[in-house]
Design a binder for this molecule. Structure first.
Ligand code: SF4
Length: 400
């Protein structure tokens, strides 16, 4: 039994990046950060149950979790070990922003049990980093990786973004080469998504910044594939590459649509067939826990068809694809009904062998179209009483 994934959201950042629309907040100062830490501990303690849930991965995401003192991370992990049955060899990841950690902090995080660091590097040209509002230089990012390695971290991941304003394919190639010289085990590469309401989107809309055209972005994607494959990395998910055996175990929980518990403001959980979300802002979240109220904001019981389609879509994002026989068993539906859902999709986009369906490389490029096609295909499922969606009691009543 692999256990559920636990996600802890640490939402504060030193400064907001120009492209960011995550649930992240400018650092409100020590007092509020301390109150939030207290709320997170209280939320965690409320998860105690008998038997204790088995946990196979713990992920500190943000925001900038590396802004939190290592002693707070250590305290959160101690409570995790009290409340959950943490499996031996658990993966414990912390997202880090270069420029927020020093060798002493890295050492303390490793001693606390963190065994994987995921650095938000995004680019390795100073002019591009400044344009998107990052707080660090390229040199600081590379130094942070080197310091992490010296502190004993053997599982390092980098996040990069391509298609940045003013970025050329040659810039992207230089970023990839420098990033790989740092010898990470894992790399996430995302095409820039311009989110409405962000300063970057406003600058592009006003014509102050110019994005690379579609051909240049397509060139960056081929450079990414060629470079990563040439260095022994496998594209195990649309945006994620790893050396063999270094896939992110926590994210694999999401892509397998298995159960996870999200703690902290805005965090989402998927347990016993229920998807729940916690209150969005740090203030709402802290206040609810201080007053002994539920931090849940909304709860949705997933129907079989939507849970099943989500499972298929998430699996298709990975290199293993979806095993229709397995999915059919999990949801107690006839395998033929799942196969029918793929009948309308061209062979250029999906490849079928035995009961497994995978995206082709063209299918990965057009993944959103494939997913929309699947979502729009009605599945003729057996009556609800004959389906085996995991079921559990209603979670604590959400606050309306
Ligand atoms: S560090 Fe990450 S979470 Fe924080 S503002 Fe930048 S992109 Fe957003």
């Amino acid at each position: 039994m692999r256990g559920i994934g636990v996600y802890l959201h640490l939402p504060f950042c030193r400064r907001r990046c120009a492209y960011c629309d995550f649930n992240a907040w400018q650092d409100p100062g020590e007092g509020v950060r301390r109150a939030y830490h207290g709320a997170l501990l209280a939320d965690l303690r409320q998860q105690a149950s008998d038997p204790a849930p088995r946990v196979g991965s713990i992920f500190f995401g943000g925001g900038t979790p590396s802004l939190a003192p290592p002693s707070w991370i250590s305290e959160l992990l101690e409570v995790c070990r009290e409340v959950f049955e943490v499996v031996p060899g658990v993966e414990i990841t912390l997202e880090a922003n270069p420029g927020t950690l020093d060798p002493g902090n890295l050492e303390r995080l490793r001693e606390a049990g963190v065994n994987r660091l995921s650095f938000g590097v995004q680019a390795l040209e100073d002019r591009l980093l400044a344009r998107i509002g990052r707080i660090h230089s390229a040199r600081e990012a590379l130094d942070a990786l080197e310091q992490a390695r010296r502190a004993g971290f053997e599982n390092l991941s980098l996040d990069l973004i391509y298609g940045l304003p003013g970025q050329t394919p040659a810039d992207w190639q230089a970023t990839l080469d420098r990033a790989l010289e740092a010898q990470p085990q894992h790399l996430s590469a995302y095409a820039l998504s311009l989110e409405e309401g962000t300063p970057l989107e406003a600058s592009v809309r006003r014509g102050e910044l110019c994005l690379p055209d579609q051909d240049a972005v397509a060139d960056m994607e081929s450079l990414l594939r060629r470079t990563m494959r040439g260095r022994g990395f496998r594209q195990y998910e649309i945006s994620n590459w790893s050396l063999p055996g270094r896939e992110c175990r926590h994210n694999m929980v999401y892509w397998a649509n298995r159960e996870y518990l999200g703690l902290g403001c805005g965090a989402v959980s998927y347990l016993s067939g229920w998807r729940t979300r916690r209150l969005e802002t740090p203030e709402q979240y802290v206040q609810a826990l201080r007053q002994g109220r539920s931090p849940l904001f909304e709860a949705e019981r997933l129907g079989t068809e939507s849970a099943l389609k989500e499972t298929l879509i998430l699996a298709l994002r990975t290199r293993w694809g979806a095993d229709l026989a397995r999915v059919a068993r999990r949801f107690a539906v006839p395998q033929g009904r799942l196969e029918e859902a793929f009948d309308g999709l061209p062979e250029a986009l999906v490849r079928r062998s035995a009961s497994r369906v995978r995206l082709t490389s063209r299918g990965r490029d057009l993944a959103n179209e494939v997913f929309l096609g699947l979502l729009g295909t009605p599945l003729t499922l057996p009556p609800p009483g004959e389906q085996a969606l995991p079921s559990g009691p209603s979670p604590q009543a959400p606050i309306s």
